[in-house]
Design a protein around this ligand. Structure first.
Ligand code: SF4
Ligand code: SF4
Length: 60
């Protein structure tokens, strides 16, 4: 079971993780990243690498 954590206090809503994810797992809603299709996650960690604010982590 994957757990995707978005640290709202650090997320700026820049959208970098959203555009990086090939599997439409993430979206910007209400100005910050939200996990919308967790079941699509393939644990590639591209979103983690794309975030300049250390605001998203993926645990598997
Ligand atoms: S890349 Fe980081 S700061 Fe930007 S929307 Fe995603 S989690 Fe938030
Ligand atoms: S680990 Fe990969 S598939 Fe999962 S949310 Fe991040 S970019 Fe998308």
């Amino acid at each position: 079971m994957v757990f995707i954590a978005v640290y709202k206090n650090r997320c700026t809503g820049c959208g970098s993780c959203v555009s990086t994810c090939q599997n439409q797992v993430l979206a910007i809603e209400d100005g910050s990243c939200q996990v919308v299709r967790k079941e699509n996650c393939r644990y590639c960690m591209d979103c983690v690498a794309s975030c300049d604010f250390d605001a998203i982590k993926v645990f598997v």
